[in-house]
Write a protein that binds this ligand. Structure first.
Ligand SMILES: [Zn+2]
Length: 72
């Protein structure tokens, strides 16, 4: 959408208001609180996460989950 009223201040104010409205309707990450604009998000038990937070929260090293075996 392009806005051009001839008044740059007015244009930027309108633009910001539109952005604000759009952002309000976006899903928001439950950790960082940012609006999620990506095509995909993470929804775990009704909690919404952005890609970065989901990775930080849920992606683990498999190595850490290998049981310590006693081989003797
Ligand atoms: Zn996040």
């Amino acid at each position: 959408m392009s806005i051009n009223s001839g008044d740059p201040y007015r244009d930027s104010t309108i633009y910001e208001a539109i952005q604000y409205e759009k952002e309000k309707n976006q899903p928001h990450c439950c950790i960082c609180g940012e609006a999620i604009w990506d095509d995909k998000l993470w929804d775990f038990i009704d909690a919404i996460y952005c890609e970065e937070c989901a990775e930080a929260q849920f992606k683990k090293n498999t190595e850490d989950y290998i049981r310590n075996g006693n081989f003797i």
